[in-house]
Design a protein around this ligand. Sequence first.
Ligand code: PLP
Length: 362
Amino acid sequence: MTALLPRPSILTIQPYIGGESKLPGVNRIIKLSSNEGAFGVPPGAQTAYLAQAAELHRYPDGSAKALREAIGARFGLDPARIVCGNGSDEIIGALILAYGGEGTDLVMSAHGFVMYDIAGRFAGCQVVKVPERGLMADIDAMLAAVGPRTKLVFLANPNNPTGSLVPAAEVTRLRAGLRDDILLVLDAAYAEYVTRPDYDPGHGLVEAGTNTVMTRTFSKVFGLGGVRLGWAYAPAHVIDILNRVRGPFNVNAPAMAAGIGALAEAGWVEKSIAHNGEWRDKVTAAIHALGIGVHPSEGNFLLVDFGTPERAKAADAVLKSRGLIVRAMGSYSLPHCLRMTIGNAEECGLLVDALTAFTRGG
Ligand SMILES: *Cc1c(COP(=O)(O)O)cnc(C)c1O
């Protein structure tokens, strides 16, 4: 008997653990585990999505033209250099399969977004995880980790789950230190939330060269995680490659309609940023006041440090007993931490109440 087996690298993959959404015996769930945005679905996106119901027998526009034009208009980018995907995860995977694979290295920071690790191993890459400094990507160490086999470097900026941001000048220095045959992927899933002036989600570097790609998503500030919609801005030759390897109808019609609707929702992003800034600060201050560690974050989430895995688990249990679901961080080698999404005002209040109860013994 010869057993059926996948390529050896596949068995080294730890399956992605998504944010939980149910708790047995708890009626009201407050889901703060997947950074989905505080305000639900933009109403215009919902209307546009529903309007597609009578057209579901039609194939979608495989070129996603209307959506690319809406994205281009919104962000001041050339629609010809945008590719849309079934979530940005799909694009990340396609880039890795197209440019990496067996015999190549993929470089990422130690606590970088876990999908780079999963998709890298799937493709057969050696995934090189570079130690960080104070939970911040260390650019010098990343450059030092680059070897002759390196084909891909990934940087989530801001990073999930740490919330840390690499200033534009440092990202430019990273690119300048990489060989021209290395693709730098800047994952700006949380770009809209950043208010710091020393930030560039990646537009500048994409346009300045031939080997940098920026990925973005509708899953966070635009409140559309359920439809799976993301996009990349890339040099023309990379767009050509992505268009060869992606599924011909990789983005479905309701998703495209919802995305266009979300972009058209007046004031949505502004309202979300204002809310996030206010409550990120308030919750951070409240957690500090409880004597619990919390990392500065440029995203819509906080990485809360309980010191030990046991204490993080105990806090998680108290939160769960009150219906609050946050994200355990074992798969990011941060088992002493929990990641908590900034929800609406009521949810933030309940989160602080629960953490207060935890510090008082549950
Ligand atoms: C949420 C997230 C994504 C998102 O993905 P989609 O596949 O577009 O939902 C990508 N990168 C990071 C860092 C994220 O946190």
